[in-house]
Design a protein around this ligand. Structure first.
Ligand code: HBI
Ligand code: FE
Length: 280
């Protein structure tokens, strides 16, 4: 029996952060003094373990940009990362207490502001945490915002999200986010690599997504991807593969309304629903 997917990011789940300290746009200040030595040590250990896994598995663009995060043995100060990030692609990080509702999220992306959760998991959650924490957001999402084409795609996604909200198509669009920005794979000259933040920040899913024969890997196609449900608390059983960030950006140039219209009422694919083995 297919488990109904929990809608990722919807604020109906009890958010972990304390939203009282956030503003109307859901951003807050990064309270750097609040981090404990245990927090810095957790960040250092996560960074150290994950960065060792990257060669041969992570997109080269990600590996090249990772040093731009700055120090690796303490939690970086957002304003220091922003000096470099703004210089590179006019993006900036903003601190948030956790997952935020979709419209504020889309609005931030549309303004080239990436929301980064400001708390870090406890040592007990070292291997897995359901809610995105600072390591998922900073290590997983931020390096590729230094890549100009990918950075433009993320802004375009935010703009598309505001339109989708008006059309009641957020669930479909959130699948595009899920299967690209969170769990996307890319074909590079040396072979298949991961570029999605959910993979890049996971010690188990990074090798699994690129090397395991278990999941299916399909070429990214808007209609197929937006009809494919996902589950948030297991490794993916379906990955979508792009040939370049330029291809991803170009694919999302057209207005999605006709696709949303065409998909309404069409059957959806479960996260693990197989297709004939397409050349992956
Ligand atoms: N909020 N802070 C934060 N980070 C996300 O990645 C996020 C979110 N809210 C909603 C969301 N992602 C997804 O539902 C997007 O598809 C909108
Ligand atoms: Fe994420």
């Amino acid at each position: 029996m297919a488990v109904e997917p929990v809608v990722y990011g919807a604020s109906e789940r009890p958010p972990r952060g304390d939203y009282a300290r956030a503003g109307a746009d859901y951003t807050c200040a990064q309270n750097y003094a609040a981090y404990t030595e245990a927090d810095h040590d957790t960040y250092r250990r996560l960074y150290e373990r994950q960065s060792r896994l990257l060669p041969g598995l992570a997109s080269q663009a990600f590996i090249d940009a990772l040093p731009s995060l700055g120090e690796r043995d303490r939690i970086p100060r957002f304003e220091e990362v922003n000096e470099r990030l703004y210089q590179a692609t006019r993006w900036e990080l903003v601190a948030v207490p956790g997952l935020i509702p979709e419209v504020p999220f889309f609005t931030l992306l549309a303004n080239r502001k990436f929301p980064v959760t400001d708390w870090i998991r406890t040592p007990e959650e070292f291997d897995y945490i359901v809610e995105p924490d600072i390591f998922h957001d900073l290590f997983g999402h931020v390096p590729l915002l230094f890549n100009p084409v990918f950075a433009d795609y993320v802004q375009r996604y935010g703009q598309g999200g505001l339109k989708a909200h008006g059309l009641g198509a957020c669930e479909m669009l959130s699948r595009l986010y899920w299967y690209t920005i969170e769990f996307g794979l890319i074909r590079e000259s040396e072979g298949l690599r991961a570029y999605g933040a959910g993979i890049l920040s996971s010690s188990g899913e990074l090798p699994y997504s690129v090397q395991s024969p278990e999941p299916q890997r399909l070429p990214l196609q808007l209609a197929r991807t937006m009809r494919t449900r996902y589950k948030i608390d297991t490794f993916q059983q379906t990955y979508f593969v792009i040939d370049s960030f330029q291809q991803l950006f170009d694919m999302t140039a057209a207005d999605f309304s006709p696709i949303y219209q065409a998909l309404k009422g069409q059957p959806e694919f479960a996260a693990n629903e197989r297709e004939e083995a397409l050349t992956a």
